[in-house]
Ligand binder design. Sequence first.
Ligand SMILES: *Cc1c(COP(=O)(O)O)cnc(C)c1O
Length: 488
Amino acid sequence: MEFVETRGNDGNHPKTVSFSEAILNPSASFGGLYVPKSLPTIDEVFLQNHLNSSYKELAFAILKLFQIDIENALLKEALDLYDKFDDPSNPVPVVKVEENLFVSELYHGPTRAFKDMALQPFGYILAKLAQRRGENYLILAATSGDTGPATLETFKNRDNVKVACMYPAGGTSDVQRLQMVTEDGKNLKVIGIIGNFDDAQTALKNLLASQRFKETLAQKDIKLSAANSVNFGRIIFQIIYHIHSYLELVRRGEIGMGDATNIIVPSGNFGNALGGYYAKKMGTPLAKILIASNANNVLTQLINEGRYDLRNKELIKTSSPAMDILKSSNIERVLYDKFGPERTKELMESLQEQGFYELSVDELQSLREDFDADFTLDSEVKEIIKEYALQKNYLMDPHTATTIKLYKKYSSDKNVAYSTAEWTKFAPTVLVAIEGERGVRDQEALERISKKLGVKIPEPIAALFHKPIVHDLVVPKEQIEEEILRFL
Ligand SMILES: *Cc1c(COP(=O)(O)O)cnc(C)c1O
């Protein structure tokens, strides 16, 4: 399988690259992204054959369809990391919550958020490729809370890869912070930045632009890579669970083979939703991909009105911080798939230069054939968490709660909603929702919710409050470069 570029080729990059090239060096011509030249197809025979496959068997079969340049043994080792999930025989449980609402729980991995689904196997493969090539990589991450822990966890103590992770000091939940600052590994550096998430991202951008930083990397023969969701190595693992969830409904007799379901995806950078779009394009019987947002509703506007508009928009901090995003990178891959590289380049340049782009009537119609979208405000999120926890006996985190409005709109169809984080990562918000009490910190909120609702606090979360802190560095953003150079 060859990979091509969403904004066309600039003559300096190769015209096509292999999968391993695309994941090691993910930046393509004109600031674009790598996409597969064509998508493999799955048909009813494939789905029927995998009706009783385990998650890992299904994953392996799907990866093989892409004909990527990674050999079977390595793919299998990477997929074995799903054995670290709560139930190795079923890493992604699908729970029936209402007659037409099934929640596919993507958070049963080591850091309790869906980032593990892709980062666990992806990190393993990336490190193995680096080792084989005798190359050293630095992964830089600026995180608002979930990407950081999952990136550290997957690369911890792997040779040939170092990770430097920056988080806004005071800007994450206690659980998220502890997941990072207690993560012990010789190749990991975690730095708190005095400031907010924007400051952490700005620090990262300044670093990438710094001549001294580039020279040091060159001197030490270290290459830069990225583990964020624009890396196709993450996307490929995010196709699998959409197909798994579909098969799960067939297996249980909830739908017949070939009947279509909707999926509802809490979205930020659009990696998860893109995985669903690819699953649909490949042949999984999915009717609509329903995009759930919070108050940062750029995607709702795009899908409902055909305008991606950043003018006069400021990032709003919400109770679902992993979805607090204005520039949703992976939508570009949908634009490419539907409208081709020239048009994608034009649209993305318009966004860069003028802060917006507008689709034609036909283009919008094409987008709406696959997608619908809505957004949910924090006040509504709290009501939803409360309603489901107290009346429907299902506890969800604030990200997951954003899916419910779309479920209600489509409740006469079968819907699979994705749960992208466990409630334990956002216990203070959940406590506000069900008891109305504000200002309680994570540890106490966890215990109170656990007692009230009789739900378990998983061991990796409970243990965080007793683990030694190994990264206690908090610095102003001007000092980041120095700290990372020292680490290298
Ligand atoms: C990353 C994340 C999202 C958003 O996922 P995208 O693939 O970037 O759209 C949603 N919820 C949680 C909890 C996340 O960590």
